[in-house]
Ligand binder design. Structure first.
Ligand SMILES: [Zn+2]
Ligand SMILES: [Zn+2]
Ligand SMILES: [Zn+2]
Ligand SMILES: [Zn+2]
Ligand SMILES: [Zn+2]
Ligand SMILES: [Zn+2]
Length: 380
């Protein structure tokens, strides 16, 4: 039960809808997770921060993991438990988030998340929490029968309610995953459960005997699992390969569109050369130089476009020979995991090439943007 709870939220509605008057998952002593309870015991002490540009908050927990109901914090990124608020702040800052105040959550996020986390209609609410009756959960659909969540034991009257709960509370099973390189068994999947679907790379192949996730916290998790007699336990990203879509080749880059970009002075001569070089090296390896990550039905309105880009080397920032490039089509800003971060690099140029060729309208909007607007409000 512990490892599957959500400890970070993007807005208050999300927190309220997670339990909806069932027992509070964050208290040791059974208590109804009413709005009033959540406000008084949890929200009042919430810690606000920004992660990948999104305002989020953590709530203090009083579950038995903390020992005798002492208040504590579960790190949503590495599942470590910290007792002192100050230490927790330092700890998550070390994960790369930025401390903020409440306002970043209340204004910024509402718009984007409100539809996803609108409150559950009455008939979709979990009815009771009876852990001891878990055994009785059968698949029959007679009225009044209960379906139990395998992860936390909450009971539901119908399977569709259960699915909905699984999606809202445990999330990961619904997260999309795409194969970007079938040859080397490389996939992309969203790093977080909420917010922009920033992809990370993972590798999994039984024939190659590979089980790898880019995130250090997942390494730690799998190492700890192996040490406690659970070898081969996969992190939440790797398990998603069970429902991965087959590799679908993206439209290939054409030299003609690169020439055109050069003619329009969108690239320097050396950038054009570098792009061509990198693309041919990827071709020689039999992989796609630029793999645009469109999550299909899971896609948010297309403001953020992500790419998995071939690097021709392996390093901390591109462990599997691919980097991630993000493009915010509204602010026009680009990011890459390589050392250039925000200045121009060959990876960004390659993605520009792909966009210019396949989705010029996205690039055009960005070219119209005034540079001063591009500075602060990028999302991805
Ligand atoms: Zn509580
Ligand atoms: Zn706890
Ligand atoms: Zn942590
Ligand atoms: Zn559950
Ligand atoms: Zn992982
Ligand atoms: Zn780069």
């Amino acid at each position: 039960m512990t490892s599957e709870r959500v400890f970070v939220f993007v807005d208050e509605e999300e927190l309220f809808s997670v339990m909806k008057d069932a027992d509070c998952l964050y208290c040791r002593i059974p208590v109804t997770a009413s709005k009033q309870h959540l406000k008084k015991r949890h929200l009042r002490f919430a810690i606000y921060y920004k992660d990948a540009g999104i305002g989020r908050f953590s709530i203090p927990c009083y579950c038995s993991d903390g020992g005798h109901g002492r208040s504590h914090w579960h790190c949503p990124m590495c599942s470590k438990i910290l007792h002192r608020t100050q230490n927790y702040k330092i700890h998550i800052t070390n994960h790369g988030v930025e401390m903020t105040d409440k306002s970043s959550v209340s204004d910024g996020n509402k718009l984007r998340f409100v539809s996803k986390f609108s409150p559950l209609p009455a008939e979709l609410q979990p009815t009771t929490v009876l852990l001891e009756s878990l055994q009785t959960h059968s698949e029959d659909k007679t009225p009044g029968s209960k379906a139990a969540c395998q992860k936390c034991g909450i009971l539901f009257t119908t399977t569709s309610n259960l699915r909905r709960h699984e999606r809202l509370q445990h999330g990961q099973d619904q997260q999309p995953i795409l194969c970007v390189d079938a040859k080397n068994a490389i996939y992309v999947t969203p790093k977080y459960l909420h917010g922009p679907r920033v992809p990370i790379h993972i590798r999994k192949s039984f024939t190659l005997q590979i089980l790898l996730c880019e995130l250090e916290e997942c390494w730690d998790f799998m190492k700890a699992q192996a040490q406690s007699g659970n070898p081969g336990k996969e992190c939440r990203h790797l398990v998603r390969t069970n429902h991965a879509q087959h590799y679908v080749p993206p439209p290939p880059l054409s030299v003609r569109s690169l020439e055109e970009m050069r003619d329009k002075h969108l690239l320097s001569a050396s950038e054009k050369h570098e792009c061509q070089e990198m693309n041919s090296r990827a071709c020689v390896q039999g992989v796609d130089c630029v793999y645009p990550v469109f999550w299909g039905e899971h896609d948010l309105p297309e403001r953020c476009v992500f790419f998995s880009v071939y690097t021709d080397l392996e390093d901390k920032w591109c462990q599997f020979g691919r980097t991630r490039v993000s493009f915010d089509s509204k602010s026009g800003s680009w990011k890459c995991l390589c050392k250039h971060k925000r200045s121009r690099c060959v990876h960004k140029c390659l993605c520009m090439w792909w966009l210019f060729q396949e989705r010029p309208e996205l690039l055009q909007d960005a070219l119209d943007v005034h540079p001063e607007r591009a500075l602060n409000d990028d999302l991805c």
